[in-house]
Design a binder for this molecule. Structure first.
Ligand code: ADP
Ligand code: MG
Length: 266
């Protein structure tokens, strides 16, 4: 059975989309059957992944259309042998209205609709990774209800720390709808080794605010120019990688390794 993970923080621009795509990419390279679900109407992970695998987005069934038809499999787009995508488009802004119409799933509660549809589809995968918008919305609620874990992305900036803390509290509240939901960890993102403020924020989060010392990943993601280039040109394929590509992928691979280890230890 698949492990379903939502990457979260109630703030934009902290690296949720980049992380979910890099994780999905690395997991499929390592032979894990992976599904990336784009639940953000901005569709950034959809374009990042399609760009990486040179898959055309001229004609596809969006995740919203598939949910309207009550069959997610209709939207599954193959990226590689081990990686599928449920692509998003701007029509996903209508998700809230769709839920009001459908009112399906467990106990007729609209938080359960995506989980209900993901149903048997998830048996095809080892991992299902969900990218969500940075707002409290039915998209996030539906993602969390369908998830075993959430990975909180924490940029070492005051606003993002607050976003991470809010997200952690929010997950506690969502447990009434999904008692199995657990925080897998908090991933420190774009930590600048030389910055005093970054160190201070990380320290602070470790001690008082989050009170979840054990949850903070030992491995971190740092700022790298190459990540920005990946977003424009796609992730460089294994036969074309230069020094910077390799270094950047190594950084994410290290975090994915810790992610797998933490899940193993659960
Ligand atoms: N490790 C990194 N190094 C440098 N830039 C990054 C890194 N990760 C993400 N970014 C950049 O940060 C911006 C926000 O990232 P994104 O993943 O879209 O955040 P979110 O999904 O949380 O809004 C993007 O422009 C992306 O290119
Ligand atoms: Mg995003």
């Amino acid at each position: 059975m698949a492990q379903v993970i939502t990457f979260g923080n109630f703030k934009g621009g902290v690296g949720k989309t980049t992380s979910s795509v890099m994780f999905a990419y690395i997991l499929q390279e390592q032979g894990y059957k992976t599904l990336l679900v784009d639940l953000d109407p901005q569709a950034n992970s959809t374009s990042f992944l399609a760009n990486t695998f040179e898959v055309s987005l001229n004609n596809f069934v969006s995740i919203y259309e598939a949910m309207e038809m009550e069959d997610l499999s209709k939207a599954v787009l193959s990226m590689s042998a081990n990686l599928d995508l449920l692509p998003s488009a701007v029509d996903l802004v209508k998700f809230g209205d769709l839920l009001n119409q459908k009112n399906k799933g467990h106990a007729g509660n609209k938080h359960y609709y995506f989980d209900y549809l993901l149903g048997e589809l998830k048996d095809n995968y080892d991992f299902v990774i969900i990218d969500v918008p940075p707002t409290i919305s039915e998209n996030t609620n539906n993602a969390l209800v369908a998830s075993n874990y959430s990975l909180i992305i924490m940029q070492s900036e005051p606003d993002s720390l607050a976003g991470a803390i809010d997200f952690n509290d929010y997950i506690k509240g969502m447990k009434q709808f999904n008692p199995d939901l657990e925080v897998l960890g908090v991933l420190p993102y774009l930590v600048n080794k030389r910055s005093k403020i970054d160190e201070y924020i990380l320290e602070k989060s470790l001690s008082e605010d989050l009170n979840i010392k054990d949850l903070v990943f030992k491995s971190h993601i740092y700022e790298r120019e190459r990540v920005k280039r990946f977003r424009i040109n796609g992730i460089t394929s294994s036969n074309n990688r230069d020094f910077h590509d390799k270094k950047t992928l190594k950084m994410y691979e290290k975090v994915v390794k810790e992610f797998l280890k933490r899940m193993d230890e659960k």
